[in-house]
Design a binder for this molecule. Structure first.
Ligand code: SF4
Length: 133
């Protein structure tokens, strides 16, 4: 079983912060630290897919949610995953006062800058959590 830290975004369709959560997760697992992190589709986790559950059960996860409903942070533990850190895009976005990140289907340059910033934060967390494992 893979020891990689799981980075799980909410599905966030229809909201720019959901799009940012997904883009951040993809950047981390495919570009910045593919050897140390991987992602799993939240829909599989929520619907009880056996393979998805097996991948997160007992493993440390970082959840990325678009809004305070925290769909990823709430559902990962229900499937047996351990939420080592939960991030809300909407909170991190507050650091970028006045920035316009885009809409539900595309990010602006400012939106991509926010994704880059959050992805760097997540990489730091992946390394920290990976050391503790
Ligand atoms: S956390 Fe918010 S943005 Fe993400 S899937 Fe749930 S309701 Fe949608």
């Amino acid at each position: 079983m893979s020891k990689k830290v799981k980075v799980i975004p909410c599905s966030g369709m229809g909201k720019v912060y959901g799009l940012m959560a997904r883009e951040t997760a993809l950047k981390v697992v495919s570009e910045l630290c593919p050897e140390e992190a991987e992602t799993i589709c939240l829909a599989y986790v929520v619907t009880g897919d056996a393979e998805a559950r097996e991948k997160i059960e007992g493993f440390r996860c970082i959840t990325l949610d678009g809004c305070p409903k925290l769909c990823a942070a709430k559902n990962v533990p229900l499937a047996g995953g351990i939420v080592a850190k939960e991030l809300r895009m909407v909170d991190v976005a507050k650091e970028f006062k006045g920035a316009k990140p885009g809409d539900a289907t595309s990010l602006t340059e400012e939106g991509w800058q926010m994704v880059d910033h959050i992805a760097e934060m997540v990489v730091g967390l992946v390394k920290e959590i990976g050391k503790e494992a």
